[in-house]
Structure formats: structure tokens, C-alpha cells
Design a binder for this molecule. Sequence first.
Ligand code: PRP
Ligand code: URA
Length: 224
Amino acid sequence: MTDPVHVCRHPTVADRLAQLRAEATPRSRFRELIAEVASFLAFEALSDLETRHLTVRTPVGEAECQEIVEAPLLVPILRAGLGMVPGVQLVAPTCDVAHLGLKRDETTLAAICYLDGLPADLTGRRVVVCDPMLATGGSLIEAVRFVERRQAARVQVLSVVASQPGLQRFHAEAPGVEVWCAAVDPSLDERGYIVPGLGDAGDRLFGPPGEGLTSRVRSSRSSG
Ligand code: PRP
Ligand code: URA
């Protein structure tokens, strides 16, 4: 059976991960690093993208070449997954992007959907879900449920840091879905943050959301 977790241990990824973890790393550099690590993970995860043969005329002859013909659907989980999109697009320029907005309830840690931008039918499609943090696993499990309900042919997950307990839960609830990440950290703290992790990825990429988003999510829950 295929190992469902692929941890990329390449030195260039390890070096970037160290910079991502460092609390002193400024937001602009953090953004670049998330995109760069995403491209390395996508490079591995998408090594079997479908191609077709073509003959290309070079200045001195003809070369037998390949071009990508598969268009996977990339699903970034808002907000932090957005930071991974440019890196994945570099590797899979033909991909489409559809957004899924999930926000963890700060008390229950359950993932609440506030935006479903996915196509209604994903039959036959490879879907790549990206979110830099797999903490309790709740958000990625919810995202996989969304795409599986729409009949995706294959689902792959790209994350940057996963927690050991979150991965265990993920594999129990989303069996067979492979995860590519740069590190697996041992634990979660009482707020459900990955330890040592890299902090709040959404805030480090985009700044704190302010009360607006959180209070909208709360009020839509309480009004059913
Ligand atoms: C963070 C992160 C993941 C989720 C991980 O998002 O980007 O989506 O938490 O936690 P989980 O594995 O326990 O579900 P958050 O809900 O804070 O939203 P944000 O990206 O908008 O800040
Ligand atoms: N979300 C984050 O951004 N970081 C964590 O460690 C956990 C959830």
C-alpha cells in the first residue's frame, strides 16, 4: 500500500522551513517562502501529470517533447491556502483554481464553511487541496468531504506543516488521501496550534483579519 504521507526532506525545503518557523521572518518573506515550499511539494505530488507527445522545431533540428495536457483543480482553503497558489501554478500552469473558505471556530475548533466556490461536478478530475497547516485536521477533512461528494477522481493534499495527531485523524476520516508536507510536528497546544509549528499562517501571510470575519461566522452559525 502507498504511504499516505510524503514528507519532503530536501535541504532546500528544510532551509525554507527554518525561515518560515522563525518568528522574526517578515510577512513579505513569509509569503515568498510559503509559495516556494508549495512549488517544491507540488513538484513531487504532480510528477505523474498527464502529458502528450509533441515534436518541436529547434534552431538546429527537431526534438521529441512532452506537454502537459491534464488540468487539475487546485482548491486553496482560505485564507492561508491562498499563499500556496502561485507556487503550485508554477508547477502546473494548466490548473484551474476554485476557492473554499473555511474558518475554525476558536472554541470548538470545528471548521465552518463560509464560501463554497467549487464546481458542482468534479467527475473524473484530479483535485489538489492546499492549506499550509494541518493542525487538528478538521479543515482538510472537511475540504476532502466537499470534493469527494462531487465525485473527484483523485484527491491530493499539499500542506506545509502537519501535526502527528492531526494526520492520524485525517487518515482515519479521509482514508486513501495522500498528503505532501515539509514537516510533521509532534503536538498541538490548548488552542489547537501546531507545536512548534510556525504560528498562525493566515495572519503571517495576510495580517490579522479583525473582528469582521470571525463575528460574521459566529452570527451565521447562531442564525442556523
Ligand atoms: C487555519 C489554517 C487551516 C486550519 C488548520 O485556518 O490555515 O485552515 O486553521 O486547523 P485544523 O487542522 O485544526 O482545522 P483558520 O481557520 O485560522 O483560518 P485563516 O486561514 O482564515 O486564518
Ligand atoms: N492554524 C494555523 O495557522 N496554525 C496552527 O498552528 C494551527 C491552525
